[in-house]
Ligand binder design. Structure first.
Ligand code: BDR
Ligand code: CA
Length: 339
């Protein structure tokens, strides 16, 4: 079993990651904490609470930590994920509110209580995790392992020409996190899922149709590109309906800003790595996150060859298998929706 602590900024692909983790019988979701990013922290928590209830996991602790990045003002991205972070989906409000406990304290306590057992999954700017590392510098040893979605290493950015969103929103937190892992043995270094591999996980309408079918709920028009923008799904299955309404928005965003009617589901890939369900390979590197040059804020550079003469701080995913990732998502989430 994989015991996972998730910190996210839900976010359509964060939502997919969360739903996927709930669909995995061998995954124990220890807590879901919220970092501001795609939307403000309170909205992230509302989304997480509603999604957990939708997936039958209303007992999972949900907490909020930082309300803004360490040193720069918060920017959010309603154009990517919708004003509430979940595209066109209108999730019923959860019946409970988030935990009174601060997310950073919750992380530190959970890691101390179960040394060597917990996997940290970070699909947001690294603000809360950086604060947790300040509070407990032994976190790299206390965790079983750490999986991060963030950065872009031999590739372009998706937020500025060179920077990826999560490292751009809180570059100082990202820099602190990688520095905190210097000197750890390779097997403890964070596994980093960056744009060069997460953008290969490109979801198409046919995958959503397959998912609906796996859930026993065919609804052909639900995500097709030739429909008017803003169309809502009429699927009777609530999980399929909400996922379709999120993904339609994400497809439309990618069509406007990117290469076509398809969506990069970065955070789902990181979740499948954390759940031990994905094939991937990694290369160790020393990571630099730029925090000074205005045009390069949040840009990540990896030294794979030890040219800086510094210890490695990350294992960057260098290969993955998109087809397997989609098959896994469709089967697993389809089964959850049928339940
Ligand atoms: C990352 O940015 C966010 O918008 C997504 O949720 C993902 O975590 C990809 O760059
Ligand atoms: Ca995210």
């Amino acid at each position: 079993p994989a015991a996972i602590l998730l910190d996210c900024d839900t976010g359509i692909d964060d939502a997919l990651a969360l739903i996927y983790l709930c669909s995995q019988p061998h995954v124990e979701l220890v807590a879901v904490t919220s970092t501001p990013g795609n939307v403000a922290a309170e909205q992230v928590a509302r989304n997480n609470l509603a999604l957990l209830e939708l997936c039958g996991r209303a007992d999972t602790p949900v907490a909020i930590g930082a309300r803004s990045p360490l040193r720069v003002p918060l920017v959010t991205t309603p154009e990517t994920h919708g004003p509430q972070g979940i595209g066109y989906a209108e999730l019923p409000a959860a019946r409970r509110t988030h935990h009174a406990r601060d997310a950073v304290e919750l992380w530190v306590e959970a890691a101390r209580a179960r040394p060597g057992e917990l996997t940290a999954l970070l699909t947001a700017p690294l603000t809360n995790f950086a604060l947790a590392l300040r509070a407990e510098p032994r976190l790299p040893e206390l965790l079983r392992r750490t999986v991060i979605m963030g950065g872009s290493y031999y590739y372009q950015g998706n937020t500025t020409p060179t920077a990826e969103w999560n490292t751009h929103v809180d570059p100082h937190a990202a820099a602190e996190v990688f520095a905190a892992f210097a000197g750890q043995p390779e097997e403890r270094l964070p596994i980093v899922c960056a744009l060069e591999t997460t953008e290969r996980i490109e979801l198409h309408p046919r995958h959503v149709a397959a998912l609906a079918e796996a859930a026993g709920c065919a609804e052909p028009e639900l995500v097709l590109p030739d429909q008017p923008e803003g169309l809502r799904s009429r699927a009777s299955n609530p999980l399929v309906r909400h996922m379709s309404d999120m993904l339609r928005f994400y497809f439309e965003f990618h069509r406007r800003y990117d290469q076509g009617y398809a969506a990069h589901i970065h955070d789902y890939f990181a979740a499948s790595v954390a759940a031990d369900s994905a094939w991937y390979e990694t290369r160790a590197a020393t990571v630099h996150v730029e925090t000074q040059a205005p045009r390069l804020l949040g840009t990540t550079v990896a030294d794979y060859r030890g040219l800086w003469g510094e210890p490695a701080t990350a294992r960057i995913v260098s290969g993955n298998r998109p087809d397997e990732a989609f098959a896994e998502l469709v089967l697993s989430v389809g089964a959850l929706a049928r339940r």
